[in-house]
Write a protein that binds this ligand. Structure first.
Ligand code: APR
Length: 232
């Protein structure tokens, strides 16, 4: 792939599937066992905080049982060795990208291992269970919630993401169904900016039509292969 300087990479639950973390919309996906409205909306938090906190406590605890896979490690190596601009934008709330060593990383949907104070707005590292009414160490109010972007809320750092997409020469989408905006629209922004667009997924996503190329297969095989071709 000639004359590529700036790369933006979008990842979804599919990149963590081979590490043993459930996706949302596949067979026995997370949304099979739970209704989005019951665990991933501001109304759900109002209505039943205990259920919402428990749902994320269970997913946070699972992180202690899983490891990054070859796809996470390949992206971390690309991040470390790529001389141009590079940004990994993950929809995932797991910590597998950073545990593989990725640095130029944005969690647009928040992080399981972080807590958000609704009183002072602080996001704080939080590796432990987070009962409703936990006290914020920054402002002492009992106002911590899971630092997860719920449906209907604004994803994090959209201005930075948008700026990176507008300068991209290559946009990669890995392991996402393309079911949720604004992430599902990133490919169009990148295309308008003249970027090459490539999708790596186990099956064609809802947005496959917008990609120049879709490679079908498991991320743990496709991503290391692509990184080997990109790095000198
Ligand atoms: N390798 C590559 N792709 C895979 C693999 C794998 N081993 N396993 C599954 N996939 C693909 C599936 O084919 C599917 O297209 O990953 C995609 C996962 O799609 P979703 O479960 O919808 O997850 P995601 O796209 O990340 O969801 C986006 O929706 O519910 C919200 O906030 C949540 O961030 C999430 C967002």
């Amino acid at each position: 792939m000639e004359d590529i300087r700036n790369i933006v990479i979008l990842t979804g639950a599919g990149i963590s599937a081979e590490s043993g973390l459930a996706t949302f919309r596949g067979p026995d996906g997370l949304w099979e066992g739970h209704q989005v409205e019951d665990v991933c909306t501001p109304e759900a938090l109002e209505r039943n905080a205990a259920l919402v906190h428990r749902f994320y406590d269970e997913r946070r605890a699972k992180l202690n049982e899983v490891q990054p896979n070859a796809a996470h490690h390949a992206l971390a190596e690309l991040d470390a060795r790529w001389p141009g601009d590079l940004l990994i934008v993950t929809q995932n709330v797991d910590d597998l990208h950073e545990r593989a060593g990725a640095r130029r990383l944005i969690h647009m949907h928040g992080e399981l291992r972080s807590a958000l104070c609704v009183a002072c707005g602080e996001s704080l590292p939080w590796p432990d269970p987070l009962p409703p009414g936990s006290q914020c160490p920054a402002c002492s109010r009992k106002s911590l919630r899971p630092d997860i972007v719920f449906f209907g809320e604004m994803p994090y750092q959209m201005d930075l993401i948008d700026a990176a997409l507008r300068r991209a020469d290559l946009f990669l989408s890995i392991g996402t169904s393309g079911a949720v905006y604004p992430a599902a629209g990133f490919v169009q922004t990148a295309r308008h900016a003249g970027a090459r667009t490539l999708e790596l997924n186990l099956e064609p996503s809802a947005g496959s039509f917008y990609f120049e190329e879709s490679r079908i297969g498991p991320a743990s095989e496709l991503v290391p292969d692509l990184v080997r071709r990109l790095l000198p």
